[in-house]
Design a binder for this molecule. Structure first.
Ligand SMILES: C[S@@+](CC[C@H](N)C(=O)[O-])C[C@H]1O[C@@H](n2cnc3c(N)ncnc32)[C@H](O)[C@@H]1O
Length: 317
Protein backbone atom coordinates (compact mmCIF):
# COMPACT_ATOMS: atom_id res chain seq x y z
CA UNK A 1 0.00 0.00 0.00
CA UNK A 2 1.56 3.31 -1.10
CA UNK A 3 2.07 6.00 1.56
CA UNK A 4 0.76 9.56 1.14
CA UNK A 5 4.27 10.81 0.41
CA UNK A 6 4.82 8.05 -2.18
CA UNK A 7 1.56 9.02 -3.90
CA UNK A 8 2.46 12.73 -3.89
CA UNK A 9 5.83 12.08 -5.54
CA UNK A 10 4.29 9.80 -8.16
CA UNK A 11 1.56 12.37 -8.80
CA UNK A 12 4.09 15.12 -9.48
CA UNK A 13 5.97 12.94 -11.96
CA UNK A 14 2.73 12.05 -13.76
CA UNK A 15 1.72 15.69 -13.99
CA UNK A 16 5.02 16.70 -15.59
CA UNK A 17 4.69 13.95 -18.21
CA UNK A 18 1.06 14.86 -18.80
CA UNK A 19 1.70 18.59 -19.13
CA UNK A 20 4.52 18.00 -21.58
CA UNK A 21 2.27 15.84 -23.77
CA UNK A 22 -0.52 18.43 -23.62
CA UNK A 23 1.92 21.18 -24.54
CA UNK A 24 3.25 19.07 -27.46
CA UNK A 25 -0.32 18.62 -28.76
CA UNK A 26 -0.84 22.38 -28.55
CA UNK A 27 2.39 23.94 -29.83
CA UNK A 28 4.09 20.95 -31.47
CA UNK A 29 6.68 18.59 -29.94
CA UNK A 30 9.77 20.68 -30.81
CA UNK A 31 8.40 23.91 -29.35
CA UNK A 32 7.03 22.06 -26.33
CA UNK A 33 10.45 20.53 -25.75
CA UNK A 34 12.24 23.90 -25.95
CA UNK A 35 9.79 25.42 -23.47
CA UNK A 36 10.06 22.40 -21.17
CA UNK A 37 13.87 22.42 -21.06
CA UNK A 38 13.83 26.08 -19.98
CA UNK A 39 11.43 25.43 -17.10
CA UNK A 40 14.11 24.97 -14.46
CA UNK A 41 11.83 25.00 -11.45
CA UNK A 42 9.73 22.11 -12.79
CA UNK A 43 12.83 20.17 -13.89
CA UNK A 44 14.45 20.52 -10.48
CA UNK A 45 11.33 19.49 -8.56
CA UNK A 46 10.93 16.53 -10.93
CA UNK A 47 14.56 15.49 -10.33
CA UNK A 48 14.16 15.56 -6.54
CA UNK A 49 10.84 13.68 -6.67
CA UNK A 50 12.23 11.06 -9.05
CA UNK A 51 15.34 10.49 -6.95
CA UNK A 52 13.29 10.06 -3.77
CA UNK A 53 10.76 7.83 -5.46
CA UNK A 54 13.41 5.53 -6.93
CA UNK A 55 15.85 5.42 -4.03
CA UNK A 56 13.36 5.34 -1.14
CA UNK A 57 10.04 3.92 -2.25
CA UNK A 58 11.07 1.62 -5.10
CA UNK A 59 14.06 0.38 -3.06
CA UNK A 60 11.77 -0.55 -0.16
CA UNK A 61 10.11 -3.04 -2.45
CA UNK A 62 13.28 -4.34 -4.05
CA UNK A 63 12.93 -7.76 -2.43
CA UNK A 64 9.86 -8.23 -4.58
CA UNK A 65 10.74 -9.96 -7.85
CA UNK A 66 8.52 -7.63 -9.86
CA UNK A 67 9.70 -4.37 -8.30
CA UNK A 68 11.03 -1.51 -10.35
CA UNK A 69 13.64 -0.62 -7.77
CA UNK A 70 16.66 -2.54 -8.86
CA UNK A 71 15.36 -4.71 -11.68
CA UNK A 72 15.90 -2.18 -14.47
CA UNK A 73 19.48 -1.56 -13.35
CA UNK A 74 20.28 -5.19 -12.51
CA UNK A 75 18.86 -6.34 -15.84
CA UNK A 76 21.20 -3.89 -17.61
CA UNK A 77 24.24 -4.94 -15.58
CA UNK A 78 23.55 -8.62 -16.32
CA UNK A 79 23.25 -7.92 -20.04
CA UNK A 80 26.56 -6.01 -20.06
CA UNK A 81 28.29 -8.76 -18.08
CA UNK A 82 27.09 -11.47 -20.47
CA UNK A 83 27.86 -9.45 -23.56
CA UNK A 84 31.26 -7.97 -22.66
CA UNK A 85 32.75 -10.01 -19.80
CA UNK A 86 31.41 -13.40 -20.87
CA UNK A 87 32.19 -12.42 -24.48
CA UNK A 88 28.78 -13.06 -26.00
CA UNK A 89 29.59 -10.29 -28.44
CA UNK A 90 31.80 -12.73 -30.31
CA UNK A 91 28.82 -14.76 -31.51
CA UNK A 92 27.06 -11.58 -32.72
CA UNK A 93 30.26 -10.45 -34.42
CA UNK A 94 30.50 -13.75 -36.26
CA UNK A 95 26.88 -13.40 -37.36
CA UNK A 96 27.53 -9.84 -38.64
CA UNK A 97 30.59 -11.05 -40.54
CA UNK A 98 28.62 -13.89 -42.16
CA UNK A 99 25.82 -11.50 -43.25
CA UNK A 100 28.37 -8.95 -44.49
CA UNK A 101 29.89 -11.59 -46.74
CA UNK A 102 26.47 -12.33 -48.25
CA UNK A 103 26.00 -8.61 -48.86
CA UNK A 104 29.57 -8.11 -50.20
CA UNK A 105 30.22 -5.47 -47.51
CA UNK A 106 33.70 -4.44 -46.52
CA UNK A 107 34.17 -4.39 -42.75
CA UNK A 108 36.75 -2.31 -41.01
CA UNK A 109 36.88 -2.91 -37.31
CA UNK A 110 39.24 -3.32 -34.40
CA UNK A 111 38.56 -4.96 -31.07
CA UNK A 112 37.72 -2.04 -28.82
CA UNK A 113 36.58 -3.91 -25.75
CA UNK A 114 38.97 -3.21 -22.94
CA UNK A 115 38.32 -2.38 -19.29
CA UNK A 116 36.78 -0.23 -18.04
CA UNK A 117 33.55 -0.31 -19.98
CA UNK A 118 32.49 3.26 -20.66
CA UNK A 119 28.78 3.70 -20.00
CA UNK A 120 26.71 6.77 -20.88
CA UNK A 121 23.56 6.81 -18.74
CA UNK A 122 21.12 9.20 -20.42
CA UNK A 123 18.29 10.57 -18.26
CA UNK A 124 20.23 9.25 -15.28
CA UNK A 125 18.63 11.57 -12.73
CA UNK A 126 20.70 10.40 -9.71
CA UNK A 127 23.26 7.99 -11.26
CA UNK A 128 21.97 4.55 -10.27
CA UNK A 129 24.91 2.83 -12.07
CA UNK A 130 27.50 4.50 -9.83
CA UNK A 131 27.64 1.51 -7.49
CA UNK A 132 28.93 -0.85 -10.20
CA UNK A 133 32.72 -1.12 -10.52
CA UNK A 134 32.38 -2.74 -13.94
CA UNK A 135 31.67 0.64 -15.51
CA UNK A 136 33.23 4.01 -15.98
CA UNK A 137 29.97 5.98 -15.94
CA UNK A 138 29.15 9.32 -17.50
CA UNK A 139 25.70 10.06 -16.09
CA UNK A 140 23.78 12.86 -17.81
CA UNK A 141 20.36 14.41 -17.41
CA UNK A 142 18.34 17.48 -18.44
CA UNK A 143 18.38 18.33 -14.76
CA UNK A 144 20.79 16.41 -12.49
CA UNK A 145 19.46 15.41 -9.05
CA UNK A 146 23.00 15.36 -7.59
CA UNK A 147 26.63 16.24 -8.39
CA UNK A 148 27.40 12.78 -9.81
CA UNK A 149 25.29 13.68 -12.85
CA UNK A 150 26.15 16.21 -15.58
CA UNK A 151 23.65 18.44 -17.29
CA UNK A 152 22.95 17.48 -20.90
CA UNK A 153 20.02 17.19 -23.29
CA UNK A 154 20.62 14.16 -25.54
CA UNK A 155 18.38 15.80 -28.16
CA UNK A 156 20.48 18.94 -28.43
CA UNK A 157 24.01 17.92 -27.46
CA UNK A 158 26.91 18.49 -29.88
CA UNK A 159 28.64 15.34 -31.03
CA UNK A 160 32.28 15.83 -32.07
CA UNK A 161 35.81 14.54 -31.73
CA UNK A 162 36.12 14.95 -27.95
CA UNK A 163 33.95 15.05 -24.84
CA UNK A 164 33.87 18.50 -23.26
CA UNK A 165 32.35 19.08 -19.81
CA UNK A 166 32.39 22.52 -18.26
CA UNK A 167 30.94 23.47 -14.85
CA UNK A 168 29.05 20.15 -14.62
CA UNK A 169 27.47 20.79 -18.04
CA UNK A 170 28.23 18.65 -21.08
CA UNK A 171 29.20 20.91 -23.98
CA UNK A 172 30.02 18.08 -26.39
CA UNK A 173 30.16 14.26 -26.43
CA UNK A 174 32.77 12.30 -28.33
CA UNK A 175 31.47 10.22 -31.23
CA UNK A 176 31.95 6.43 -31.11
CA UNK A 177 33.40 6.60 -27.59
CA UNK A 178 30.93 4.60 -25.47
CA UNK A 179 30.63 0.83 -25.05
CA UNK A 180 27.16 1.12 -23.51
CA UNK A 181 24.38 3.69 -23.59
CA UNK A 182 21.40 3.29 -21.28
CA UNK A 183 17.95 4.81 -21.77
CA UNK A 184 16.32 3.71 -18.49
CA UNK A 185 12.77 5.05 -18.47
CA UNK A 186 13.86 7.84 -20.80
CA UNK A 187 12.07 7.50 -24.14
CA UNK A 188 8.50 7.72 -22.80
CA UNK A 189 9.40 11.07 -21.20
CA UNK A 190 10.17 12.51 -24.66
CA UNK A 191 6.93 13.79 -26.24
CA UNK A 192 7.04 12.50 -29.85
CA UNK A 193 8.18 9.58 -31.94
CA UNK A 194 10.44 11.80 -34.07
CA UNK A 195 12.25 13.15 -31.01
CA UNK A 196 12.61 9.64 -29.56
CA UNK A 197 14.12 8.53 -32.88
CA UNK A 198 16.51 11.48 -32.70
CA UNK A 199 17.67 10.32 -29.24
CA UNK A 200 18.36 6.84 -30.71
CA UNK A 201 20.19 8.33 -33.72
CA UNK A 202 22.45 10.25 -31.34
CA UNK A 203 23.05 7.06 -29.34
CA UNK A 204 24.12 5.38 -32.59
CA UNK A 205 26.65 8.15 -33.30
CA UNK A 206 28.04 7.95 -29.75
CA UNK A 207 28.41 4.17 -29.51
CA UNK A 208 31.52 2.30 -30.57
CA UNK A 209 30.85 -0.31 -33.27
CA UNK A 210 29.45 -3.40 -31.48
CA UNK A 211 28.53 -1.25 -28.47
CA UNK A 212 25.08 -1.70 -26.94
CA UNK A 213 22.06 0.51 -26.38
CA UNK A 214 19.88 -0.61 -23.46
CA UNK A 215 16.28 0.56 -23.37
CA UNK A 216 13.85 0.02 -20.48
CA UNK A 217 10.33 1.28 -20.82
CA UNK A 218 7.45 0.84 -18.36
CA UNK A 219 4.38 -1.24 -19.19
CA UNK A 220 2.38 -3.21 -16.65
CA UNK A 221 0.27 -5.04 -19.23
CA UNK A 222 0.80 -8.60 -20.37
CA UNK A 223 3.51 -9.26 -22.95
CA UNK A 224 1.19 -9.37 -25.96
CA UNK A 225 -0.72 -6.18 -25.22
CA UNK A 226 1.69 -3.73 -26.81
CA UNK A 227 3.69 -6.16 -28.92
CA UNK A 228 2.86 -4.36 -32.19
CA UNK A 229 4.35 -1.16 -30.81
CA UNK A 230 7.43 -3.02 -29.60
CA UNK A 231 7.85 -4.63 -33.05
CA UNK A 232 7.87 -1.12 -34.54
CA UNK A 233 10.56 -0.10 -32.05
CA UNK A 234 12.68 -3.06 -33.12
CA UNK A 235 12.12 -2.30 -36.80
CA UNK A 236 12.92 1.41 -36.35
CA UNK A 237 16.10 0.68 -34.42
CA UNK A 238 17.12 -1.82 -37.11
CA UNK A 239 16.68 0.92 -39.75
CA UNK A 240 19.04 3.07 -37.66
CA UNK A 241 21.70 0.30 -37.62
CA UNK A 242 20.92 -1.65 -34.45
CA UNK A 243 20.22 -5.37 -34.08
CA UNK A 244 18.26 -6.53 -31.06
CA UNK A 245 20.23 -8.98 -28.93
CA UNK A 246 17.90 -9.37 -25.97
CA UNK A 247 14.27 -8.70 -25.15
CA UNK A 248 12.37 -9.50 -21.96
CA UNK A 249 9.00 -8.40 -20.70
CA UNK A 250 9.19 -8.13 -16.91
CA UNK A 251 6.09 -7.51 -14.81
CA UNK A 252 6.25 -3.74 -15.16
CA UNK A 253 8.51 -3.04 -18.09
CA UNK A 254 10.02 -4.03 -21.40
CA UNK A 255 13.81 -4.52 -21.26
CA UNK A 256 15.75 -4.44 -24.51
CA UNK A 257 19.37 -4.67 -25.59
CA UNK A 258 20.42 -3.47 -29.05
CA UNK A 259 23.83 -3.86 -30.63
CA UNK A 260 25.37 -1.37 -33.04
CA UNK A 261 25.96 -3.71 -35.97
CA UNK A 262 29.38 -3.85 -37.62
CA UNK A 263 27.77 -2.35 -40.71
CA UNK A 264 24.46 -0.46 -40.89
CA UNK A 265 23.35 -2.61 -43.84
CA UNK A 266 23.49 -5.74 -41.69
CA UNK A 267 20.76 -4.34 -39.42
CA UNK A 268 18.90 -2.83 -42.36
CA UNK A 269 18.73 -6.26 -43.97
CA UNK A 270 16.88 -7.57 -40.90
CA UNK A 271 14.47 -4.62 -41.10
CA UNK A 272 13.78 -5.24 -44.78
CA UNK A 273 13.16 -8.97 -44.31
CA UNK A 274 10.92 -8.58 -41.25
CA UNK A 275 8.86 -5.55 -42.21
CA UNK A 276 5.13 -6.24 -42.31
CA UNK A 277 2.28 -4.11 -43.65
CA UNK A 278 1.54 -2.71 -40.17
CA UNK A 279 5.18 -2.03 -39.23
CA UNK A 280 5.82 1.70 -38.96
CA UNK A 281 9.09 3.59 -38.75
CA UNK A 282 8.13 5.00 -35.36
CA UNK A 283 8.86 4.80 -31.66
CA UNK A 284 5.40 5.31 -30.23
CA UNK A 285 4.04 4.72 -26.75
CA UNK A 286 0.42 3.99 -25.78
CA UNK A 287 -0.08 7.56 -24.53
CA UNK A 288 0.54 8.89 -28.07
CA UNK A 289 -2.84 7.43 -29.10
CA UNK A 290 -4.98 8.98 -26.43
CA UNK A 291 -8.04 10.73 -27.90
CA UNK A 292 -6.87 10.03 -31.41
CA UNK A 293 -8.14 7.79 -34.13
CA UNK A 294 -5.51 5.39 -35.39
CA UNK A 295 -5.25 1.85 -36.64
CA UNK A 296 -3.31 0.80 -33.50
CA UNK A 297 -5.84 2.44 -31.23
CA UNK A 298 -8.65 0.63 -32.99
CA UNK A 299 -7.03 -2.77 -33.15
CA UNK A 300 -8.45 -5.34 -30.75
CA UNK A 301 -5.17 -6.31 -29.13
CA UNK A 302 -3.89 -2.82 -28.56
CA UNK A 303 -6.72 -1.22 -26.65
CA UNK A 304 -5.60 0.91 -23.76
CA UNK A 305 -7.11 0.42 -20.40
CA UNK A 306 -6.96 2.61 -17.35
CA UNK A 307 -5.11 -0.27 -15.69
CA UNK A 308 -2.01 0.34 -17.84
CA UNK A 309 1.06 1.42 -15.93
CA UNK A 310 -0.99 1.19 -12.72
CA UNK A 311 1.83 0.79 -10.26
CA UNK A 312 4.15 3.18 -12.03
CA UNK A 313 4.58 6.88 -11.80
CA UNK A 314 3.67 6.97 -15.48
CA UNK A 315 0.10 5.95 -14.88
CA UNK A 316 -1.68 8.89 -16.39
CA UNK A 317 -4.07 7.50 -18.94
C1 LIG B 1 11.70 8.72 -15.38
S1 LIG B 1 13.24 9.47 -15.09
C2 LIG B 1 14.30 8.05 -15.05
C3 LIG B 1 15.50 8.23 -14.16
C4 LIG B 1 16.48 7.04 -14.12
N1 LIG B 1 17.01 6.72 -15.43
C5 LIG B 1 15.83 5.82 -13.50
O1 LIG B 1 15.68 4.80 -14.20
O2 LIG B 1 15.50 5.86 -12.32
C6 LIG B 1 13.58 10.18 -16.69
C7 LIG B 1 14.76 11.13 -16.66
O3 LIG B 1 15.13 11.43 -18.01
C8 LIG B 1 15.56 12.78 -18.06
N2 LIG B 1 15.48 13.19 -19.48
C9 LIG B 1 14.37 13.27 -20.23
N3 LIG B 1 14.67 13.67 -21.47
C10 LIG B 1 16.01 13.84 -21.52
C11 LIG B 1 16.92 14.26 -22.53
N4 LIG B 1 16.50 14.60 -23.74
N5 LIG B 1 18.24 14.33 -22.23
C12 LIG B 1 18.67 14.00 -21.00
N6 LIG B 1 17.86 13.61 -19.99
C13 LIG B 1 16.55 13.52 -20.24
C14 LIG B 1 14.60 13.49 -17.13
O4 LIG B 1 15.09 14.73 -16.69
C15 LIG B 1 14.46 12.46 -15.99
O5 LIG B 1 15.38 12.68 -14.96
Amino acid sequence: MASEKHKQLAQYIKEVHNNLRKSAAKVGPNNAWMLHTKNEEVLLTYAKCMQELATTYWEENSANESSLASSRIEWSVKLCTDYFVNEEYIKYRERDIAISKKLYLTLNFVDLFQDPLVLLDVGSCFNPFRAYKLFHVLAVDLCPANDYVKKCDILQVNIGNETIVHDNTVIQLKEESFHIITFCFLLEYIPSSDLRIKACENAYKLLKPEGILIINTPDSKHVGANCKLMKCWQYTLACLGFTRIKYEKLTHMHCMGFRKALHKDVALRWATIHRRADTDFAIKIPQDYIKREHKFWQSADLKLSSEDFKDLPFYDL
